[in-house]
Design a protein around this ligand. Structure first.
Ligand SMILES: [Zn+2]
Length: 297
């Protein structure tokens, strides 16, 4: 690690309970993946500061990455239609808890695919995207709909939104509880929070161990499970309405499956590259992610 990088990395305490007591699950490169012995939250240490994350991890290459197994996506915008299919399916799964229309805020909205789906059915939408991908979201949804700001610096009106969503975002945040507390303030008292994050206690996580495809240490800083997520939500002023793994699948390309499999085994990845047409769309659910719907309590 260079000297400049060393000064910008942290050895954080547990983001859920503040303890420094922990056991190491495993080490990889300069990172240790540890579990808090007080509250059972799994997290990565050391990690970059929030400022460095934005410049060193979430740069333009993040969305068009040469090494997507370790960081980012192969070509995020090329999969726009698949993302919309995924979000349409998810919206069908959660809409019964939400009002018919209202004001929605998507934190970490990427190119705005989920907001585009909501707008089609009459919602007023706003997205926050700290990275360069904000430009694609603006192009799609209009300049006024998208804020390009780090989530921890956001200032939004209290009790304003009927729906706040975080798709694959919580695990990336240096301070996920602070973000949930802010979301609680921005949400109307009868509003709905929906979030998706990977489940470190899932069958897939246990079977694959350190080869689990969600271990991407520079960016996935926190690995929740049902109980740590429940505590994080409770301490932020939410109670869980519903928790589902079945809804957390994704429409992806064959090439995405093969690329993620490389973490499990290079031979498996090569076999999948041969077997799966790269552009064939597949619906994949390893049941290792949770979608949680919650309300202010
Ligand atoms: Zn803890």
């Amino acid at each position: 690690m260079s000297a400049a990088l060393e000064s910008a990395v942290l050895d954080p305490a547990c983001a859920l309970c503040g303890s420094r007591e922990r056991r190491t699950r495993f080490k990889e490169g300069e990172h240790a993946i540890v579990t808090c012995t007080e509250c059972d939250l799994t997290y990565v240490t050391p990690r970059m500061t929030a400022e460095l994350l934005l410049s060193a991890v979430y740069d333009a290459d993040y969305w068009h990455s040469a090494r997507p197994r370790e960081r980012g996506y192969a070509d995020y915008l090329a999969d726009r239609a698949l993302h919309e299919r995924t979000f349409r399916r998810r919206w069908r799964g959660i809409r019964r808890h939400a009002p018919r229309t209202g004001r929605a805020l998507d934190l970490g909205c990427a190119d705005g695919a989920f907001l585009a789906v909501l707008r089609e059915v009459g919602w007023q939408v706003q997205g926050v995207e700290p990275t360069a991908m904000a430009a694609a979201a603006r192009e799609r949804l209009g300049d006024d709909a998208i804020l390009q700001v780090p989530i921890e610096l956001l200032r939004l009106p209290d009790a304003h939104y009927d729906l706040i969503t975080l798709w694959d975002v919580l695990e990336h945040l240096p301070d996920p509880v602070a973000c949930l507390k802010s979301a609680r303030e921005w949400l109307r008292p009868d509003g709905l929070l929906v979030l998706e994050t990977q489940d470190v206690r899932s069958f897939a996580a246990r079977v694959f161990g350190r080869r689990w495809h969600h271990y991407k240490h520079a960016e996935h800083l926190h690995h929740f499970h049902a109980d740590t997520l429940k505590r994080a939500l409770r301490e932020s002023g939410f109670e869980i309405v519903e928790r589902r793994r079945g809804l957390a699948g994704k429409h992806v390309r064959g090439s995405f499956v093969a690329e993620r499999a490389a973490r499990v085994s290079p031979a498996l990845s090569r076999a999948l590259h041969r077997l799966l047409p790269a552009d064939r769309a597949l619906y994949v659910n390893l049941f290792d992610e949770l979608i949680v719907t919650a309300r202010p309590r």
